[in-house]
Design a protein around this ligand. Sequence first.
Ligand code: HEM
Length: 450
Amino acid sequence: MIADCPPGFKSYELLFQLNRIRRDTLGFLLDCAAKFGDLTYFEAGKQRAFLVNSADGVRRVLQDNHRAYNKDTIQYNSLAQITGRGLLTSDGDLWFRQRRLEQPAFSRARLNALDGVVVPTVQKMLQRWERYAASGELVDVDGEMMRVTLEIVGKALFSIDLSTQAHQLTEAVLTVLDHIVYQAQNPVRLPEIFLTPRTVRFRAALSTLDMAVYEMIANRREQADPGEDMLGMLLKARDEQTGQPMSEEQVRDEVITLLIAGHETVASALTWSWYLLAQHSRVWENLRTEVGSVLQDRLPTTADLPNLPYTAQVFSEALRLYPPAWLITRKAIEDDQIGGYPIPKGALIIISPYVIHRHPAYWENPLAFDPERFNEARGKSYPRYAYIPFGGGPRLCIGSQFAQVEATLILAMVTQHYRLELPEGSQVKVDALVTLRPHGGLAMRVIRAA
Ligand code: HEM
């Protein structure tokens, strides 16, 4: 370790931690922050890595000096096996062009119209749940949230009804994501040309997703006008210099990126919201009071959102404690400095929303589920870059407002009708996969709200 290195692990020390890292990544990262402070150093052979856990450090990487970093990291390169070079995994000019192109699909006007998609889709889910409420049978809330959010993103961005395929597609998404997590956790493994049952499952799931996406594109191309939704925008786009349309593969990459990034994250956040609400009856009562007084028994619209601040705060607080995107990585492409320490070109930067969201210097009673920390009076008491469920800087999540509108409507509609309870003795373990997921799903009891 060179002299001006922050505290942390030399290569041989890190070796002893490998098991722990694999078994309990979140616990390991929390321990690093508690023991070594706001910057932890890791050495793995020639590779240098830093866990950045201060709001200033995060701001430096994501915002102030973002040009010194890119996404050429294991995390994003593995993801690119699925999403290709779509918006989430691309860099440089390609990223900039695509971001500018896709941004209008998330305009205020489009977000205001989201209720037209979210409300009927959630109504169908609530009808499905009547059976569970009547029989007392447990519902897999995680699976239900995956399904409803996939249907919503399919309809809202691509005008396509995925309801009949939703189950098959969400299974495929989980299979492909599971595989890349396995790859990351097992760097020493057979080359992919050796077909193991796992790689066979991965390839089959990826081709299920590809087939669905290519069919969607082909159907749209048959129409005289590709339309005004996200798919239409991608198909109509022409390169400013060459006048060429986007390649078939690039359209596929953008669509698959939005389908995956646009539902698995929201589903995870909602699943954890139900989990937390089930354990905090006072919060649930407050939520129910707000929803009841604003909506009574009618359906919500996006015009109601300003009157549902507590509902939005519940979601913000669930995102703090269980940020679906718990890991954000970057590669330093220039030398830089963070917190007075040199960051050499080539270093891997690790930022964990999960860890910084529990930083005791920024959050009073950090482990408590307290939605009111996001109310008007207290909501600005933390530094901007200590709360990063959607990242920050130019690479801020393009769907952050979409997710908040969607989730607030879903929370309100479910609370109007039902209360979700955890069966007695439930042990819920967090799996830190591509997003944070409850191990084995989240089985809950559906009780009709009185
Ligand atoms: C609660 C829900 C969501 C969470 C927690 C979340 C989280 C994030 C985070 C942390 C990033 C930044 C990653 C980085 O800087 O390395 C990101 C980027 C992105 N997200 Fe989200 N996201 C959510 C919902 C959505 C939705 C609804 C969509 C689309 C409909 C979406 C599409 C994307 C895309 C395309 C990017 C890449 C943006 C870029 O680099 O320009 N996300 N998301």
